[in-house]
Design a protein around this ligand. Structure first.
Ligand SMILES: [Zn+2]
Length: 93
């Protein structure tokens, strides 16, 4: 699951898929990237609200995964996986 900034969604004007295919937030379940793009381009507040819903859902799931890994004493492996993904992402950018 990824978070999107406003410049990133500009390229999604004709993309009728959800922001994240595997996301279970109400934005991804009910709206497309093209629709969110349209709302942001026309400066409709709903566009920012839909992005906020998706981003908050993403953060809530991330922190739940942290709590779960702390409870299961698997946090170190979880952290190393996150750091590895982050480093490979910034190397590609
Ligand atoms: Zn979502």
């Amino acid at each position: 699951m990824e978070s999107l900034s406003l410049p990133e969604i500009i390229s999604y004007a004709n993309d009728f898929s959800p922001i994240c295919a595997d996301c279970t937030c109400s934005t991804c379940k009910h709206h497309t990237k093209a629709y969110v793009h349209h709302l942001c381009q026309t400066k409709e507040l709903l566009g920012l609200v839909l992005l906020m819903i998706h981003n908050m859902h993403h953060y809530m799931e991330f922190f739940e995964a942290i709590r779960s890994n702390l409870r299961n004493a698997t946090f170190l492996a979880f952290k190393e996986n996150i750091v590895s993904k982050y480093l490979s992402h910034i190397r590609r950018s």
